[in-house]
Write a protein that binds this ligand. Structure first.
Ligand code: HEM
Ligand code: HEM
Length: 178
């Protein structure tokens, strides 16, 4: 199925909006779960944060594989080149964060010795508990999520709304479900 000039394929749209929904749930868990420190037990909310984070990583892998094997639709006609370029940069930064953030979370949970149990199966530890030199991963994971990712998503959403309501072009519509 090739993309048409009028929009993204159903698969690209489904993967885009699935990630949006998963991220909304993930931030709700992140902001309501107990603060994670030394000896914090893995409560239900923390466990849900781990499970949803790994699911996001899995969907991101599928999504990147899809993107690398299927072309994006050509940019909308008449857009200034700087807008095409900045959209491209933001999209690829978002893709990168969809990998870096959950992997850092996984490393930090491993560093803390917290088990990551997905549907009854325990995932392997990426590093040994309290491995020297890895303590920073938790702070960077939280900062990247709460600041970098939310700022980029904010910019991305403002740009989509600007195209729809100010420029009246088809940029938002071609990502919306029909
Ligand atoms: C895209 C996916 C993810 C997002 C957006 C995300 C987001 C966040 C956020 C915002 C916090 C900070 C909460 C606060 O404000 O205090 C946090 C903390 C944490 N997350 Fe994630 N997370 C993701 C995936 C994961 C995964 C896959 C794991 C582990 C399997 C994980 C493990 C942790 C841990 C251990 C902390 C506590 C870090 C610390 O404070 O030292 N996260 N996450
Ligand atoms: C309500 C929130 C969102 C809206 C309204 C929105 C809107 C859009 C639109 C209109 C496009 C097409 C842009 C174009 O044709 O140049 C797009 C593409 C894209 N969006 Fe979003 N988006 C949202 C949230 C997100 C989130 C949370 C992420 C990831 C963290 C994300 C990542 C991407 C990526 C990577 C693309 C490139 C298309 C692809 O590779 O499939 N978006 N978005």
């Amino acid at each position: 199925m090739a993309p048409t000039s009028s929009g993204y394929t159903g698969t690209a749209k489904a993967l885009h909006w699935l990630i949006v929904l998963l991220l909304i749930a993930q931030f709700i868990f992140a902001w309501t779960m107990p603060h994670i420190g030394r000896n914090t037990p893995v409560t239900t909310l923390i466990s849900l944060h781990f499970t949803f984070g790994i699911i996001i990583l899995a969907v991101a892998i599928v999504r990147l594989a899809w993107r690398l094997t299927h072309r994006e639709p050509p940019p909308e006609d008449g857009l200034p080149p700087w807008q095409n370029l900045s959209a491209h940069i933001v999209h690829w930064l978002l893709y990168a964060l969809l990998f870096v953030i959950p992997i850092l979370g996984w490393i930090n949970a491993s560093w803390r010795g917290m088990p990551i149990v997905m549907f009854g199966l325990e995932l392997p530890q990426l590093i040994t508990t309290r491995a020297a030199g890895w303590g920073w991963t938790g702070d960077v994971h939280g900062l990247m999520s709460n600041y970098l990712m939310l700022a980029l998503v904010g910019l991305h959403v403002v740009a989509a709304l600007y195209h729809h309501f100010v420029r009246h072009d088809g940029v938002l519509k071609r990502m919306l479900p029909r």
